[in-house]
Design a protein around this ligand. Structure first.
Ligand SMILES: *Cc1c(COP(=O)(O)O)cnc(C)c1O
Length: 363
């Protein structure tokens, strides 16, 4: 067997399954089905299988290429595209996904054409803008008109429901009021087309607190959850809400120490700009033991997205390919060749999973 190489994104399948099970059971108790969103792990098909088997009813990603890879490995899993599709993606979409989120009539017409050519029916969810100001139809007259056209003329599409996205651009909180607005918009569409819709998709991880508090209107029966399954830190860190039976460390970063020695803590010489055109300031704490890790911002994006688990170790800084730690007060002696484990936040995992230099490892 080849030796393990670093940096590694360590994926604990049983913790991931626990997280998916806890989230889907919590939602299931309120009649809500969960689409597990795998874009944060680059659409990893093994993770998709784990969370599907643990109770997610769909697997969702923002990227067609990720859905294609999953379809090839897991042909039995219902797949959902959650970034509204591009016209140029229509043919690939109807092959790679069963259902997609949409907000544009030109795109819907293109998908209808593609579905006709492929001989399939494609399910669509109309995204309603509730104020977060990313994707979604804002005017009532427009969503009714689009729904009428999909229902009446686009014969290769099935209008499966409505949805909304909150907490992404405008940082808008999903409240009961917002969810009631979504239900009201849905009922207007239902009145216009003369039938009930199957799905009302009330957001992502940021909507879970509403499920826990019992504030979700009963008609909202679908959520698209990524962070809350894979990372599971935001609701606890930001809103003090923890779902029972979940783990915060299903995904961790393992990195190798490539230098460990005592050095001055303040740079010596004229201070100009760092690797990212910043002019930082440094605190002189005398000579201290430091460690250099063979992983950098190119791999995890932002320094504030990773956290060493080694007690007493402190992140000092990073450049593209190096991360620098103060280990003067760290527990245990840290030497070159040691592997350190770091906790990861959402953006770090998104970067790590897409870096070709980071190995995904499963246990
Ligand atoms: C990324 C995304 C989600 C999942 O968001 P999480 O915060 O990871 O749960 C849901 N819906 C859409 C449209 C998304 O782009």
């Amino acid at each position: 067997m080849e030796d393990k190489m670093y940096p590694a994104l360590q994926i604990d399948r049983s913790k991931l399954a626990d997280n998916a099970k806890a989230v889907t059971e919590l939602c299931g108790a309120s009649g809500i089905g969960v689409a597990g969103v795998v874009k944060v792990v680059g659409g990893d098909p093994i993770c998709a299988r784990v969370i599907y088997d643990a109770g997610c009813k769909w697997i969702a990603s923002s990227r067609i290429d990720q859905l294609e890879a999953m379809r090839a490995k897991n042909p039995d899993i219902p797949l959902m595209l959650i970034r509204i599709p591009m016209v140029s993606e229509a043919d690939a979409l109807v092959r790679a996904a069963d259902i997609s989120l949409n907000s544009d009539i030109d795109v819907l017409r293109a998908i209808d054409g593609a579905a006709g050519r492929a001989g399939v029916t494609h399910d669509v969810i109309l995204m309603i803008e509730l104020g977060d100001l990313r994707e979604g139809i804002w005017q009532e007259s427009e969503y009714i008109e689009i729904a009428r056209e999909v229902e009446g003329s686009l014969k290769n599409l099935r209008l499966a429901g409505t949805g909304t996205n909150l907490g992404c651009y405008g940082s808008i909180n999903p409240t009961t009021d917002k969810m009631n607005e979504l239900v009201a918009a849905t009922e207007k569409i239902e009145a216009a087309i003369g039938r009930k819709l199957d799905i009302i998709s009330g957001g992502g991880t940021t909507s879970l607190p509403l499920v826990i508090s019992g504030g979700m209107p009963p008609r909202v029966n679908h959520l698209r959850v990524g962070e809350g399954i894979f990372i599971n830190k935001d609701n606890e860190d930001l809103y003090d809400i923890r779902i029972q039976g979940t783990h915060r460390d299903a995904l961790t970063l393992e990195a190798e120490v490539i230098e460990a020695r005592v050095k001055p803590s303040h740079p010596i010489g004229e201070i100009a700009y760092d690797a990212f055109r910043n002019k930082p300031t440094y605190v002189d704490r005398g000579e201290r033991r430091r460690a250099l890790l063979g992983v950098g911002k190119v791999d995890y994006g932002y320094l504030d997205q990773i956290l060493p688990r080694t007690e007493g170790a402190e992140l000092l800084g990073a450049s593209s390919d190096h991360t620098i730690l103060d280990i003067e007060d760290a527990s245990g002696e840290i030497r070159t060749g040691d592997i350190l484990t770091l906790d990861t936040c959402y953006a770090a995992v998104a970067f790590l999973a897409s870096s070709p230099s980071v190995r995904k490892c499963y246990k």
